[in-house]
Write a protein that binds this ligand. Structure first.
Ligand code: FRU
Length: 483
């Protein structure tokens, strides 16, 4: 068996998984890697009723330094999950140094297709930006989401516009007017980030048709583009790299956010007015899909590349997780995002909260959903050990202090905070302001006994404990007889 395929598919000893299972920071209602490293969500779809959640995965190394392939979970209800076999591992000329990010598409005949970036590096003296790197579009069909036709290369670097560097990746497909449009994130030879649009009628034969560029220079590379319709608007989400911080904007090393696209996809166009999607420390490479109920659901990587803050989970042989699935809506000129209704089935005990100014309560556990309504124009809420959320003069601030493992503070401008929904897991927080008008996602590392909730101003609301979801291990990969 190919060495890399073996690394992904061999039964991983219980020993390798043991540290992960025993880690006090392991999450209870967020998907994390069974062992090793996870990054972008990939290939999200619902096929014949079953949800498939793929992700960038390096089982053998929690720092993700080596070959990335695709990991795979399935679920019917977002409460019970099954770990599946890994569909794509780096084992061909096209993807020998990584089966990189990509997406799924169900065609008009109900067939399921996958498209992803094959990443490889030639051996030699190359800069791997303008030369020496393969970024090809690889395709595979699947009758069921579990078995996959052989990898087929649809586009090579020579098929992309001459002005581009080798960095052209992360295919996502949208159907419009009887044609399929594929977007790829790109870096030009002179280091401008943009999105390339390709068109096809049969999903096999693709032709470059246009480029979506920013009105004004906006970073050197755009990763993970996602083009979709949302409540009558056409949205381009993408992750620009190389955008300098501008006051309280763009505080992370790399950005995540969206543009509205108004013109035809058949012509080049310029976009402007980029809006950040999630202002937390740990959010990147989100991907959306439409489910059989017609919901536009998005999952993000609860992590970010190349940050100067860390995750102590590496010591327990794993790193990173996926966000809760969030349903999207367009209103008031923004994309609203809120956990899908299935997540509320995890609610356990309910407790009313009614706190006077300068008082505290002790939460029953760290894994809770808090719905809070501060009753003042200016306030500070301290959560768990030393995470402070504060609001004054139109500025919302999240500050993590020592629980942040290097994470400091993040900000956003907002006129009014009427409600906060905080989904607190053992080592993560997802905070939704005004029912999803804004969101901040972060990892947090404190202790199980850090259960306080304090407020400077009167506050009321509700607390629910959150039950753990269930993830069944893939016994082909985790052999309980190997100790
Ligand atoms: C984003 C990204 C993608 C790439 C993948 C590799 O985090 O860099 O652009 O396909 O990760 O794992």
């Amino acid at each position: 068996m190919n060495k890399i395929r073996e690394e992904f598919n061999r039964p991983q000893s219980q020993e390798a998984r043991k540290a992960v299972k025993q880690d006090a920071n392991r999450l209870t209602y967020h998907l994390m890697p069974p062992v090793g490293w996870l990054n972008d969500p990939n290939g999200l779809c619902q096929y014949n009723g079953l949800y498939h959640i793929f992700y960038q995965y390096t089982p053998g190394n929690p720092t993700g330094a080596d070959h990335r392939g695709w990991g795979h979970y399935t679920t019917k209800d977002f409460i019970h999950y099954q770990e599946e076999n890994d569909p794509f591992v780096p084992d061909t000329e096209a993807d020998g140094k990584g089966s990189y990010s990509g997406s799924a598409l169900i065609d008009d005949d109900g067939k399921l297709h996958f498209f992803y970036t094959g990443n490889n590096k030639l051996v030699g003296d190359y800069d791997y930006i303008n030369n020496g790197r393969i970024h090809w579009v690889v395709h595979s069909e699947s009758p069921d989401g579990f078995t996959f036709s052989p990898k087929e290369v649809l586009l090579k670097n020579k098929d992309y516009p001459d002005s581009l560097s080798c960095h052209v990746r992360d295919p996502k497909i949208m159907k419009r007017d009887g044609q399929y449009y594929m977007v790829l994130g790109a870096r030009t030879k002179d280091s401008h980030g943009q999105v390339e649009v390709f068109v096809s009628k049969d999903l096999k034969d693709w032709k470059h048709i246009s480029t979506i560029r920013p009105e004004k220079e906006f970073g050197y590379m755009w990763e993970c583009p996602d083009l979709f319709e949302l409540d009558g608007k056409t949205i381009l989400m993408t992750c620009p790299q190389g955008v300098a911080q501008d006051g309280i904007l763009y505080e992370n090393i790399y950005q995540n956010g969206w543009f509205e696209v108004n013109g035809s996809l058949d012509h080049d166009q310029r976009v402007s007015n980029f809006k950040e999607f999630d202002n937390g420390f740990d959010f990147y490479a989100p991907q959306s899909f439409q489910d059989e109920k017609g919901r536009r659901i998005l999952i993000g990587w609860m992590g970010i590349p190349d940050a100067d803050y860390t995750n102590p989970t590496v010591e327990a042989n794993w790193q990173h997780a996926l966000t809760l699935p969030r349903q999207l809506h367009f209103k008031n000129d923004r994309i609203y995002q809120f956990p899908i209704e299935e997540i509320f089935n995890l609610h356990g005990e309910k407790m009313d909260i009614d706190l006077a100014a300068d008082t505290c309560l002790t939460m029953p556990e760290r894994t809770v959903h808090l719905n809070l309504h501060p009753k003042a124009d200016c306030w500070t809420i301290t959560l768990r050990k030393d995470c402070t959320l504060s609001y004054a003069n139109g500025l919302f601030t999240m500050d993590l202090k020592s629980s942040g493992s290097g994470r400091g503070s993040r900000h956003l401008a907002i006129d009014k905070v009427e409600s906060l929904d905080i989904f607190s897991d053992t080592s993560s927080l997802e905070i939704f302001i005004n029912h999803g008008q804004h969101a901040l996602t972060t990892r947090i590392y404190d202790a199980p006994e850090d259960l306080s909730l304090c407020t400077s101003a009167p506050l009321n609301g509700t607390l629910w404990t959150m039950n753990a979801f269930e993830v069944k291990e893939n016994l082909e990969k985790s052999d309980p007889t190997i100790v």
